[in-house]
Design a binder for this molecule. Structure first.
Ligand code: SAM
Length: 285
């Protein structure tokens, strides 16, 4: 028997730059019978831009449960639908997952389209190990829950990706430093794909110092190196010879650590005092 049910398409939309809409996304949104949108007014602007006249139905985190039976009925009747969120990939820190589960269970064909996503966009330019990684999304609002999730992240030997809003970023960085320590490398991707796109990369303590006066604006992704990498780096043996000491400092500096901090760390690792390492580095004897 040929199934007459409609398909459920999952369609990513741009995270800032409208050129990131794919040809396929435009075609599918134009061809389906109904678009399930997180905010229909927001999505209407996108549809207008691409001259798409498909009708919309609101589908967001507050009406997910009541909408699902109605949506499944329409799909069973043969209505093809596309689900979008306000920006990026549906279900990624956005509504969608419950609908996908219900559709799969109901035997509906679920067709995902690849497309814009802030986490992966930040990850590939972070300069940190790209895989394996854990995507954490937004951390919980309650402090204890947030700290315990950060603890879980700290123990992982993989890169971690977090979403955060600009007015909570300083607090988050403070908490990240208290859990991960000052040496963990991080990268922050801000306003990705937009005209003010910016990347900040470095040791946590340095980055916090550099941004202490910064007024954070726009959307942010925080990428934190995994414990494996950090531990591996710390375990690298430095020989006591002057040329090896200079090399270790130069390597840290080339990775974004300030010279002063690098000398301090090398001194600590060799059990020497910092002045001695300073003299070796600057060839003062
Ligand atoms: N579904 C989206 C995706 O695929 O990335 C994520 C939606 S979530 C509600 C919004 C969060 O994603 C923001 O608070 C920010 O952390 C991140 N984000 C979205 N757009 C971004 C951008 N252009 N630059 C940096 N981060 C962004």
């Amino acid at each position: 028997m040929i199934s007459m049910a409609g398909n459920l398409y999952l369609v990513p939309t741009p995270i800032g730059n409208l050129e990131d809409m794919t040809y396929r996304a435009v075609r599918v949104l134009g061809e389906v019978d109904l678009i399930l949108a997180e905010d229909t007014r927001h999505t209407q602007k996108l549809l207008n831009h691409f001259a798409i006249s498909t009708k919309q139905l609101s589908f967001h985190e507050h009406n997910t449960q009541e909408r699902i039976p109605e949506i499944l009925t329409k799909l069973r009747e043969g209505i093809h639908m596309a689900q979008v969120s306000d920006a990026g990939t549906p279900s990624i820190s956005d509504p969608g997952v419950e609908l996908v589960q219900a559709a799969i269970q109901a035997g509906i064909k679920v067709i995902p389209l690849p497309g814009a996503n802030a986490a992966i966009t930040a990850l590939i330019a972070s300069g940190l190990k790209v895989q394996p990684f854990t995507f954490w999304g937004f951390l919980p609002r309650k402090k204890q829950e947030r700290l315990s999730m950060l603890e879980r992240g700290y123990k992982q030997a993989v890169t971690g990706i977090y979403y955060e809003s600009p007015h909570r970023i300083n607090k988050l960085l403070e908490e990240v430093e208290s859990v991960f320590g000052p040496d963990r490398r991080i990268a922050i991707g801000r306003e990705l794909t937009k005209s003010y796109e910016e990347f900040l990369r470095g040791r946590l303590a340095d980055l916090r110092q550099e941004t202490s006066d910064k007024v954070w604006k726009g959307e942010l992704v925080v990428v934190i190196e995994g414990q494996g990498e950090a531990v591996e780096e710390k375990q690298e043996v430095i020989n006591d010879k002057p040329e090896d000491i200079r090399k270790a400092i130069e390597k840290a500096v080339s990775e974004g650590v300030k010279a002063n901090q690098a000398m301090k760390e090398v001194a600590k690792r060799l059990g020497k005092n910092k002045r001695e390492v300073y003299r070796i580095y600057h060839d003062l004897d």
